[in-house]
Design a protein around this ligand. Structure first.
Ligand SMILES: Nc1ncnc2c1ncn2[C@@H]1O[C@H](COP(=O)(O)OP(=O)(O)O)[C@@H](O)[C@H]1O
Ligand SMILES: [Mg+2]
Length: 269
């Protein structure tokens, strides 16, 4: 059962986002209902991160409206303490000189207080346990693998016990154990009624967890419905890896794209 009162947890209407001269989102409509697990797919540069940023108030709409938990961004007070957000990783490892526990604990800070709430140590340990890192609480971030660092950032979003969780490519380029730990924690969250919107490069481990896929292309929704299933001639097991595709940004515009997820990978492999 859902823990949220607003039936439409996320409601985006006719959303346009510009950055400088570029028109990044060109009229996006998106509704996510309480308890749904929705994936946002699309080729690099299609506007996924921009849409997610608009949802959490980081990118400003030039037109259109965004409502989160019933509150309209820009006019109403949004209950951000009920929203967890994991941004897309900027790059490879950074030598952040803090421990896993400290990073997770920072997820408990809010705009209304600067101190940590009572019982924070237990909550931090529970959140790290949810991503399979209970034994790394005191590890410095820089000694963890890229996948483990990413799991710490997911724990940082989970420690708030959010009703809505928004994740931007949480498993891109991470090791297999981290992908599995991530899929397991998303499954538990969905079972608990948490609403999840997750940007993915491909479905991978999450194909049985997400109920709906929204595909963006050039700033427009081109598909909203059943998640794309692996093709019969395309062995699912062989395609359960996710790769970072760091080279994609430098690649020229593809001539042929997969009609479902906009990726060029299916046509080149
Ligand atoms: N701040 C910005 N200024 C200019 N262009 C941007 C900015 N942010 C994103 N873009 C461009 O908008 C497009 C969509 O970017 P993004 O939302 O990051 O796509 P995705 O997450 O699907 O890869 C890309 O062409 C990107 O280069
Ligand atoms: Mg992105």
């Amino acid at each position: 059962m859902s823990r949220t009162t607003a039936e439409h947890v996320i409601e985006v209407e006719r959303l346009h986002v510009h950055a400088g001269a570029s028109h990044i989102l060109r009229g996006v409509d998106l509704t996510v209902r309480a308890g749904e697990a929705v994936t946002l797919l699309g080729a690099n540069g299609s506007g996924k991160s921009t849409l997610v940023k608009a949802l959490v108030g980081v990118a400003a709409p030039s037109q259109g409206t965004v409502r989160v938990l019933g509150a309209r961004l820009g006019t109403d007070r949004v209950p951000w303490e009920r929203v967890g957000y994991v941004p897309q990783r900027a790059g490879a490892r950074t030598g952040v000189p803090s421990t896993a526990a400290e990073v997770v604990a920072s997820g408990l800070l809010s705009g209304r207080r600067w101190w940590l709430p009572r019982g924070w140590r237990t909550r931090v340990r529970d959140a790290l346990d949810q991503v399979g890192l209970a034994d790394r609480t005191e590890s410095a971030m820089h000694v963890l693998s890229g996948g483990q660092q990413q799991r710490v950032l997911i724990a940082r979003a989970l420690v708030r016990d959010p009703d809505v969780l928004v994740l931007d490519e949480p498993v891109a380029g991470v090791d297999h154990p981290s992908q599995e730990a991530f899929a397991a924690s998303v499954r538990r969250l969905v079972e608990r009624g948490v609403t999840v919107l997750v940007v993915l490069h491909e479905l991978g481990e999450l194909d049985e967890i997400v109920s709906r896929a929204v595909v963006l292309r050039h700033g427009l929704v081109v598909h909203d419905g059943a998640p794309p299933r692996p093709r019969a001639d395309h062995d699912a097991a062989a395609h359960r890896h996710l790769h970072p595709h760091d080279d994609e940004a430098r690649r020229p515009a593809p001539l042929t794209q997969n009609p479902v997820n906009g990726s060029t990978e299916e046509v080149v492999s």
